[in-house]
Design a protein around this ligand. Structure first.
Ligand code: GCU
Length: 658
């Protein structure tokens, strides 16, 4: 494959070659309905390309290598079984989606699907909803553009105020998503501006058209709505969730949505957050607000995803008692048990905002009677903006494996019924800007399906699908570039969990004090003696006490707090000795030098793969490595110089610091 020009038809992890093992064989398909039709189409296309055959009729008496059938067998709608006996591989599902996921399972297995006996295995997703939230605006926003925090070109759905009207492209996207198990997409930004508000009512037809292109791949459509919709769209004088007229307005609006999109998934709501309207305006609680929307959606089977990202973004930096990290728990933990059955509280994985290192949000362990979704950020707002290689699989896996009650209790991946990622895809020819950022999208889907999956095995799958029959050197090289890239990024950016230190506004590149005297609540408090935020219960903001034991105790003391989170929880002198044995300031210097060296090494490895990757893809990544290295050097020099100047402590190894 040597495509001269990149185009959106770049199939990411599903190039035709990935279907060769299936396309050379004889397949019998038994199933009805639109998604089963998609399965039939996929197999037929592969056979047309590679010479195999879709066996006609009921297949009685015919020989076939693969049977894809809808039966029952007590399986859920998305489940499937896969077995191989006597020369036939059989995938059984009860629904179309199960059949489709079974098909992609066979594609992932490749030739292995047709070799030797395979005992029957049941595959079922651990989470019911595996969703991508697109922060896409319909109209180009004067500050945020077409896609808020988007680093992959324009939106797949919208352009300059209107729907793009490109169902083929949306369908191709849905295909990629289905192949990693994603089954829901929210098509517009959580910040709902004036134009976007209308998607709920008079512009629902445009949403329905997108839903139509996502549906054949089993992907349901969700919509972000503004809490003020009854006022801004309905002309009511209030959006008070306990007002009868408001509730009726929502019920009517939701009926209109379901008339247009019968399988509509539901709403995503950002309320009382960063300027978005919400129930606080009317003196009502977030449970009141959530339940009002849940009531409107319930008769139709819809769900409301209500975001827990509620905090004061107009804080006074002089006020040391307000701690943004505490906000979500303070607001939501007291409401446990009050939410409707079809309401899901959508919680960012950390208490702040998708930093490269944060503790797991204490909210995830604090509402046992509330349905939870964990939200991660595939779009790399704070992790290199898809100009840097930063594969987030290991970070997400750590979050999902965290046990809020300690060893015997459930992991976050078991507590969360839904998993959500802010999408990193756009109209870029490679879908994600950085071609290697595709690995984040794929890994999210697979971890959402199985939160306890080994992320490195998932990466193997992505490599296998993206570069079918890749020689060992390519596989090893990709692992070398991607495996440690998150920790590398952590090393050359903000140290020891302190976070931020980014350029204000666009959030790319270093600015140590960029947010230090701002209203956003993201401070590090560095002075000549030390750095970090005291969030202990004894002397600080009390955030550490929002955790259950053992974590409350572990985080409370600098002696037991894990090194990588030390500055998140404690203000310590530069000479404080870490559990690693290094002082804080020496750790800062060492990590920043190492981080840049690791980027240099990754760039070198990538350069050595030039003969194994299509030129357009190789060149794009090689160019981005130049920028990553420049930026990493800038981070190193600014952070190291800042701390040398503040602390006056020289580098033990006498390296160059400015
Ligand atoms: C971050 C991000 C915003 C976004 C917000 C959210 O703060 O910078 O662009 O709107 O998260 O998650 O709502």
């Amino acid at each position: 494959m040597n495509r001269a020009e990149p185009s959106w038809t770049d199939p990411a992890w599903l190039p035709p070659e990935a279907f060769r093992p299936l396309g050379t064989r004889r397949t019998l398909i038994r199933g009805t309905g639109p998604v089963a039709g998609t399965v039939r189409g996929e197999v037929a296309e592969a056979c047309a390309r590679f010479g195999g055959e879709v066996v006609r009729g009921d297949g009685t008496g015919a020989a076939y290598d693969l049977l894809l059938e809808m039966g029952d067998g007590g399986l859920g709608e998305e489940d499937f079984t896969c077995a191989r006996h006597g020369g036939t591989t059989t995938v059984t599902a009860s629904g179309g989606r199960g059949l489709l996921y079974g098909l992609f399972h066979v594609v992932r297995l490749g030739e292995k699907a047709f070799a030797g006996p395979r005992p029957g295995e049941v595959h079922r997703p651990a989470t019911a909803v595996r969703m991508l939230d697109h922060w896409d605006n319909v109209a180009v926003h004067p500050v945020m553009g077409q896609v808020e925090r988007g680093y992959a070109g324009g939106s797949l759905f919208w352009r300059e105020g209107r729907a793009r009207g490109e169902p083929g492209r949306v369908r191709a996207y849905a295909r990629l998503l289905a192949a990693c198990g994603i089954n829901a997409v929210c098509v517009n930004n959580v910040n709902v501006h004036a134009t976007e508000a209308h998607l709920l009512t008079d512009r629902i037809g445009e949403v329905a058209a997108i839903a139509g292109a996502l549906r054949p791949y089993g992907v349901r459509t969700h919509l972000s709505v503004t809490f003020a919709a009854p006022v801004v769209l309905g002309g009511l004088s209030t959006a008070d969730p306990l007002e009868a007229a408001v509730r009726q307005w929502w019920a009517r609006a939701v009926r209109g949505v379901y008339d247009a999109i019968p399988d509509f998934g539901g709403f995503v709501v950002k309320a009382d957050s960063e300027g978005q309207p919400g129930p606080f305006t009317y003196g009502r609680s977030h449970a009141d607000g959530t339940n009002m929307l849940a009531a409107a959606l319930a008769p139709h089977g819809g769900t409301v995803h209500w975001r827990a990202f509620v905090y004061d973004h107009r804080q006074d930096w002089r006020d040391r008692t307000t701690d943004r990290a505490r906000a979500a728990h303070d607001h939501f933990a007291p409401l446990d048990g009050e939410f409707a059955d079809n309401a899901v509280l959508q919680v960012k994985h950390g208490p702040m905002d998708f930093q490269v290192r944060e503790p797991v949000s204490p909210v995830l362990g604090a509402l046992p009677r509330t349905r939870l979704a964990v939200e991660v950020q595939a779009t790399q707002e704070y992790t290199g903006q898809q100009r840097h290689v930063c594969w987030l699989g290991p970070m997400w896996s750590e979050v999902l494996g965290f046990r809020p009650q300690g060893g015997a209790g459930p992991a976050v991946g078991e507590l969360a019924g839904h998993l959500v990622a802010v999408s990193n895809a756009g109209d870029d020819p490679f879908w994600t800007g950085h071609p290697l950022a595709q690995a984040n999208l794929y890994t999210f889907g697979r971890l959402a399906w199985r939160p306890d999956a080994d992320p490195y095995r998932v990466l193997d799958e992505w490599i296998g699908l993206t570069f079918p029959s890749a020689p060992e050197r390519l596989v090893t090289g990709l692992h070398a570039v991607l495996d440690g890239s998150w920790r590398t990024y952590e090393k050359y950016t903000a140290p020891l969990g302190v976070g931020f230190m980014v350029q204000p506004g666009h959030h790319y590149g270093p600015s140590v004090d960029g947010y230090e005297y701002s209203p956003w609540g993201t401070y590090h408090f560095a002075d000549r003696d030390g750095i970090g935020v005291d969030r202990s219960a004894a002397t600080g903001t009390g955030y550490a006490a929002q955790y259950a034991e053992p974590w409350a105790g572990v985080y409370e003391s600098a002696a037991t707090c894990p090194d990588e989170l030390l500055l998140f929880f404690h203000h310590v002198p530069y000479g404080h000795v870490l559990r690693s044995g290094k002082t804080v300031v020496q750790h800062v210097y060492d990590a920043h030098f190492e981080g840049v060296e690791e980027v240099e090494e990754a760039r070198r490895v990538w350069a050595g793969l030039a003969d194994l990757v299509e030129p357009v893809r190789h060149t794009r990544v090689a160019e981005l490595f130049e920028e990553q290295l420049r930026s990493a050097g800038e981070w190193r020099d600014q952070i190291n110089s800042y701390f040398l100047r503040k602390s006056g402590v020289p580098d033990a190894h006498g390296r160059r610091i400015y």
